[in-house]
Design a protein around this ligand. Structure first.
Ligand code: HEM
Length: 447
């Protein structure tokens, strides 16, 4: 029987449709607006329903309490999982796929370089990247998403290798771009396919990382970025553990942050009063910095309450990670339903973030809703529990620094005919990556 998961037992499976054989409901999920896909099923079946996507039987959950059980209180029953092709590209030993002791050991090391006390020393380096990037947009039409990806890749590499790296940056970026193209393609391993090219690039990246690891081990020079922390840890890690985690970190840091930044430019463009208020907040900081004749500092980023609420609201509205994947490690009784071993379980962040019960008028972009904290477990742009995002503070910091310089120096207009259409690449982003034309607003001698 091909689809014996349809009848695994007579126990009470969650309601829902498994769609077409093999394809299940994959096409619907990836061609419909995800809000529509989830909301339709939610109305029909309730907060917990079954479906079948990417070749796997799944249970989708959209109540904050049920999401908390899967991600936090009963997290040991649900292991993180990715499609095998994607796991292979990132590397099996990367933090995302681990549980238990190895995961906590890695997490400690990874977190140590992402705490506010560590990233506060990167403000100047990140600012330098912004000051190099923005003038290249001047008087041009740019693809916002692509430009943001350039920036977030630079920040991720700074974080991974430190600012005095022995890496050949441009060659590494080229290899990473090949890997990235294949990551989002069908996993068809034939000559000429993006997947095959990506696997080749993955091997080259691995060889490069191994050479740097070997050099740093030989010269006892471990300092510098996440790589330094992984090499210097008392907990001895193998070369492949280190290299999988460096690639994993760049992978986690780049497209997520770039997609959110793209949305922020769209939201600010569409909300003129809000944009003026944010500009005022940032100009007051710029004036203070100019008066004190210094560079932007960590403390300045703490004094941007409105801009921070804009980021919070963009993370909610855009919900670039619509959901995450877990897999039941055994048969599980869950909220009155039976979930068979091996089924995927997907907490739906986007659906929770767009529920009018927790966020009134959910489609409205309204940062003022964050003047009071959201109800517990209803706001999870960075996940929840042991696998929640260790890079959340860095992501916010790089966004704040970019907005500071962009809004005090430039103006931007959206170019193109479908500004409200969305594309999935694979994160939801404005269509065609949001083309914008950028002009300088502040005279050069005033910067
Ligand atoms: C706005 C940008 C970002 C968003 C929305 C985001 C979101 C998330 C979410 C939802 C998770 C949890 C996934 C799960 O539970 O399955 C996660 C995990 C992770 N993120 Fe982020 N992230 C962002 C930026 C970053 C950055 C900048 C870094 C690194 C510098 C980073 C590193 C990681 C890592 C290493 C994990 C895996 C943690 C673990 O498994 O223990 N992320 N992220």
């Amino acid at each position: 029987m091909i689809f014996d998961y349809l009848h695994p037992t007579h126990k009470n499976l969650p309601p829902g449709s498994m769609g077409w054989p093999y394809l299940g409901e994959t096409l619907k999920l990836y061609t419909e607006n995800p809000n529509t896909f989830f909301t339709n099923r939610l109305k029909r079946y309730g907060n917990i329903f079954k479906t079948h996507i990417l070749g796997c039987p799944c249970v989708m959950i959209s109540s904050p309490e049920a999401a908390k059980i899967v991600l936090v209180s009963q997290a040991h029953l649900f292991r993180p999982t990715y499609p095998p092709s994607k796991q292979k590209m990132i590397g099996h030993e990367a933090i995302f796929f681990q549980q238990g002791d190895y995961h906590s050991r890695l997490r400690k090391i990874v977190q140590s370089t992402l705490l506010p006390s560590s990233i506060k020393h990167s403000v100047t380096d990140i600012e330098q990247l912004v000051l190099k990037l923005l003038p290249s947009w001047e008087n041009r039409t740019i693809n916002t998403l692509n430009e943001m990806k350039r920036f977030t890749l630079d920040v991720a590499m700074l974080l991974a290798f430190g600012n005095e790296s022995e890496l050949e940056t441009e060659a590494f970026k080229h290899m990473y771009h090949c890997l990235d193209k294949g990551y989002n393609s069908m996993p068809i391993d034939l000559p000429g396919t993006n997947f095959r090219k990506a696997m080749k690039a993955r091997k080259l990246i691995n060889d490069t990382l191994r050479r740097i690891i070997e050099l740093r081990r030989r010269t006892m020079k471990q300092s510098g970025g996440q790589l330094g922390a992984l090499l210097g840890s008392n907990d001895i890690l193998s070369d492949s553990q280190i290299s999988d985690n460096i690639i994993g970190l760049i992978f986690a840091a780049r497209d997520t942050t770039a997609s959110v930044m793209t949305w922020i430019l769209k939201y600010l463009h569409d909300n003129v009063k809000l944009s003026n208020d944010v500009a005022r907040e940032q100009e007051s900081i710029r004036r203070r910095i100019t008066t004190e004749n210094r560079k932007l500092e960590w403390e300045d980023a703490r004094r941007m309450p409105l801009t921070r609420r804009v980021i919070q609201e963009a993370l909610r509205t855009a919900s670039v990670l619509s959901f995450t994947f877990r897999e039941a490690v055994g048969d599980v009784e869950f909220e009155g339903y039976f979930i068979p071993k091996g089924w995927k379980v997907l907490p739906l962040f986007r659906t929770i973030h767009h529920s009018p019960d927790f966020f009134p008028l959910p489609d409205k972009f309204d940062p003022s809703r964050f003047e009071v904290p959201p109800r517990p477990n209803t706001y999870m742009p960075f996940g929840n529990g042991v696998h929640s995002c260790p890079g959340s503070e860095l992501a916010k910091l790089e966004i704040l620094i970019l907005i500071h310089h962009l809004i005090t120096t430039y103006r931007w207009e959206i170019v193109g005919e479908e500004p409200d259409e969305i594309q999935y690449s694979p994160f939801p982003v404005p269509k065609q990556g949001l083309p914008i034309s950028v002009t300088r607003y502040l005279k050069k001698h005033m910067t």
